[in-house]
Design a protein around this ligand. Sequence first.
Ligand SMILES: [Zn+2]
Length: 388
Amino acid sequence: MDLIVTAKQLFTPLERIEHPLVFVEDGKIVEVVSREAREASRGTRLLDFGDACLAPGFIDVHVHGGGGHDVMEADPSGLNAVEQLLHRHGVTSYLPTTITAPLDETLKAVERLANAIESAGPSKDKAPRARPVGIHLEGPFISHIRRGVHPPENILPPTVETFQKLWEASRGCVKLITIAPEVEGARAVIAEATARGVCVSMGHSDADLKAAQDGVSAGARHATHTFNAMRPLNHRDPGILAVVLMDDRVSAEIIVDGIHVDPVIVQLFLRAKGAEGAVLVTDGTAATGMPNGHYRLGSLDVEVNDGKCTSDGKLAGSVLTMDKAVQNVMKFADCDLQNAVRLATLNPARTAGVAPQNGTITVGAFADMVALSPRGEVRTTIVRGEVA
Ligand SMILES: [Zn+2]
């Protein structure tokens, strides 16, 4: 045994254990019990987080960058800086996320990210950091009408051939792909990606009700930053949002920074998706963790002013962090800590297809944990059994 961790309580996150003991060996969880059930073995390092709550490390499936670095351009040391920043905010796994860019640039970025994912072993001499566990392709198969800040000249019509190029460049590391289901050719790509085990997310989309339903029939199971860059809900023209909010097969992201979506809409969203279907994401950019100024988002210049990221006056990602998203969802939607944790751990892990090794505190899972205050503030982050 390498380490035993204890605290006031633990969320697996589906279950709650009072006075837990978590036994860690070789970076994995080997036993989870209550202190009443057995004693901590002598001679093993015991970490006691007092009145804190232990939760699985957060998983962010939508991250463009942080600490001044964009994941599409970052060299290994830049990526490391992004991952150290994520780690400080409780994130232990993430999906580096591309934005729409010239195809050859995206292919190169995806190759570099695949290298990072394949070599994401122990931190060794490096500072503790979150691990990339897959790639999220946001674009290029999106709608011109709902492109947000994605450059229009780089948006591509969805074809299985182009998807295949991206898939091969990623060496199978793509876990999530954002597609507008209404665009011609989208359904064939949705079916192909789904057949390869990629989760297809509907987003940057102007789909009407029928097109969104067809997208789900073809295999789509997730929605990218719900409400943002999406055809709005209309009572006579319900559109994609009716499907995203009501279809229980579809999980859905939301950016809870108080800027992208009004707090009241966060409440509505949670009533619709429940604790099972909601996924907290940051959509964090290079500007996250940095002072006001100008930063990169893919090939774009983004201006950050007091927590708001814009490019040409349009919202362009965020500077939100996952711990803040957890705290905000508790505040905005009267969500308790256990459910807020679920939205940031198990749900995104399921979406990315990396549960239960990631996103749960169970035997056999990676020893990725975060010790939280009752209000959701990060006290310590543990990645693969390494304590900062
Ligand atoms: Zn994004």
